[in-house]
Design a protein around this ligand. Sequence first.
Ligand SMILES: Cc1ncc(COP(=O)(O)O)c(C=O)c1O
Length: 405
Amino acid sequence: MTILGGTSVEQLTLDEIEYQRSLTPGTENVIHFNHAGSSLPTQGVLDTQLDYLTYEAAIGGYEASGQTQSTTNAVYDSIAELIGASRHEISRAEHATVAWNAAFWSLPMASGQRIVTADAEYGANAVAFLRAQERYGVTIEIVRSGSDGSVDLDAMEATLSGDVAVVALTHVPTNGGLINPAAEVGKMTTAAGVPYLLDACQSAGQIALDVTELGCDFLTATGRKFLRGPRGTGFLYVSENRLSGLVPDQPDHHGAPWVAADRYALRDDARRFEHWEFNHAAWHGLGAAVDHATLLGVDRIEATVQQRALELRDALHEHGFVTFDVGEHKCGIVTTVCPGKDPVEVKSALAEQSIHVSVTTPDSTWWDALRRDLSEMLRLSVHYITTRDEIDLAVDALVRIRDGA
Ligand SMILES: Cc1ncc(COP(=O)(O)O)c(C=O)c1O
């Protein structure tokens, strides 16, 4: 049992975890601590894609998409259900950055306005802010973290008076255990009437999301991480309240049908942000992954992930490793270092034992890295299919590498 937002939620049982592992072919080959990079898909997600590709090869791509329209549309419903939205508020995207940029660059900005963000904002988003600074003359205001490492809510509230073009927040940063208080920020942006763009790339699939509770106008996510979907998939949520005034920066004749020789008309739903072509097999695979998560219950996934991450941090601490994760309630991303060893070499040494971790570098989160004086770190990310045995194996391997044994 885990307490989430004041409510107790049952974790997945050991039998359920074993069953989920049996549905995941990769668990037979590797000890995967890279779910925050790209997770292991279920056989069902894999089969959905293979079946689609086989069908496409058999009859032709356009013909296959024509015959599978209802499945393609159902993926929007699946995503909408996952985040408490409606179908018309969901737009397909190739990955999170595409979704995020589609939303960001549709927002009107002018010289003198501010982009309000936080310390742990993701690199791609920060680059867009810098570009917007060059293009529009806006300024970037970074709300600093409070003592627990999450965005300081009083400082956030104080900054929302005046001319704010957008509040952009990363819910779960790439480089540590932090879960930012996204819903609290949402209450403030709603009260202030300011557009709120939430990067849920690392939270979708590991944390239960409800756009009404979050109070966000935009939410962006990727398929391949905690949702366990295919690479090259993602989505954008746009609240219907914001949609009508928004013009995509780069519309095409799918999102904005060319209705007369001199005129286009934007679609009236969030799909105005889409382009016509996409990988149908991957999109269907994403639908299967989302349905899988919904069926299991994302709140139970969240409870299980947080428990496994706690066990991993405890095991690391017990063996003398330091972790760099912040926030009162921490997520499934765990960061550490192997003293005296280059993280990239440690990653390779672990990979030789089929233990997969990643290395997080300061340039993904410069503001946070500079503030906390972080350099390269090992990132071990757990999921609900991670076992206690895998944690022990990974920590033992790290101890041997550290001690040169
Ligand atoms: C917090 C966060 N936001 C955005 C992204 C970008 O996601 P994508 O590579 O799917 O565009 C990442 C990728 O790691 C991320 O960690």
